[in-house]
Design a protein around this ligand. Structure first.
Ligand SMILES: CCCCC/C=C\C/C=C\CCC/C=C/C(=O)SCCNC(=O)CCNC(=O)[C@H](O)C(C)(C)COP(=O)(O)OP(=O)(O)OC[C@H]1O[C@@H](n2cnc3c(N)ncnc32)[C@H](O)[C@@H]1OP(=O)(O)O
Length: 294
């Protein structure tokens, strides 16, 4: 499992662009650092198509802690260096894509841990949002808050039916960070709907998310969703890849600039909010309510 990404052929050497994701796909796990074996992600790369599939695997909820987010971020960076063409982000769980930030690690945590968590979230968002790779979120389960962030930072979203997706921060008394707001606005057909959604903590069903434009397609199975994801990536011909990547980055540049200017302020807000006794009390109750569902 603990194989580094080393033998991925340069995409420029691939002779054929449109091939199904099958026979020559290799599966290996992504390293968290050059010396550490991966723990929470698995990466498979199709040598013929240059399409990578990064599978989130941190049971039970793919809750995002610093180590996990670092792994995802490094996988994307590694794939960029290898000139991989496209990335499909999905989950090993059959019901949760990602439940967002690991709230258990936000509860009664010291400042250094909270800071590590938030910086890892900022870095992951920045890397995913700005990558030149063609990105598809294959949402095969609930995608809440930080889980929805992963989806909306990608370029295209394909979701399986009967799940929930959305950003619920204001419901818990927290402001949505401006970079997440901008990311959400970037993909929604209407700014007005985006504002409504984020101010009201709207959580969509898969079906209503499709109608609203929050996701681009539904698929009835993961297999079908993988085929649709590959088709989206394949819809960009090799000839256009560089121009496409530059154009994508130009579209996203202003959001990234705003983020860099406010990065410290964004961290300060998070730290001060999370350290408030009232917030910690609420968080304790919220975690209990998740447990009480059993
Ligand atoms: C409330 C304080 C929020 C603090 C946030 C701070 C700042 C926010 C500012 C900006 C926002 C942008 C950055 C993103 C922030 C976030 O992502 S905050 C996380 C918000 N996420 C949620 O509120 C999701 C909570 N979970 C659920 O609603 C459900 O679990 C579900 C995802 C819909 C799945 O439901 P179901 O299939 O019924 O599964 P369970 O509820 O039984 O959950 C399974 C196990 O997973 C554990 N779990 C679920 N979510 C989290 C989580 N976020 N962190 C850690 N653990 C989580 C749950 O406790 C179960 O565990 P056990 O099986 O009991 O061990």
């Amino acid at each position: 499992m603990a194989t580094r990404i080393i033998h991925l052929p340069k995409y420029s050497r691939l002779s054929c662009l449109v091939k199904p994701l099958t026979i020559s796909a290799r599966t290996f796990a992504t390293a968290t650092a050059s010396t550490n074996p991966p723990q929470f992600t698995t990466l498979s790369v199709d040598d013929r198509t240059g399409i990578a599939t990064l599978t989130l695997n941190r049971p039970p909820a793919n809750a995002l802690n610093a180590l996990f987010m670092g792994e995802i971020q490094r996988s994307i960076t590694d794939l960029e260096k290898e000139n991989c063409r496209g990335l499909i982000l999905t989950s090993s769980s059959q019901r949760i894509f990602s439940a967002g930030l690991d709230l258990k690690e936000c509860y009664k945590a010291d400042v250094a841990s909270l800071e590590g968590l938030w910086c890892a979230l900022q870095n992951l968002w920045r890397t995913l949002f700005s990558t030149p790779l063609i990105t598809v979120a294959l949402i095969n389960g609930h995608a809440i808050a930080g889980g929805c962030m992963l989806a909306v930072s990608s370029e295209y979203r394909i979701m399986l039916p009967n799940f929930k997706i959305g950003v619920n921060e204001t419901m818990v008394g927290l402001a949505v960070p401006s970079w997440l707001m901008d990311t959400y606005i970037n993909i929604m057909p209407s700014r007005r709907i985006a504002e409504w959604d984020l101010t009201s903590s709207r959580i969509y069903s898969s079906e209503s998310a499709l109608k609203a434009g929050l996701v681009d397609e539904l698929a009835s199975s993961k297999e079908e969703a993988l085929q649709k994801s590959a088709a989206f990536i394949d819809s960009f011909s090799k000839r256009t890849l560089m121009a496409r990547a530059i154009t994508k980055q130009q579209f996203r540049a202003e959001i990234l600039r705003n983020f860099e200017q406010n990065r410290q302020h964004d961290l300060d807000i998070y730290l001060s909010t999370m350290q408030k006794p009232s917030m910690q009390e609420f968080l304790g109750e919220y975690l209990q309510s998740l447990d009480a569902k059993k």
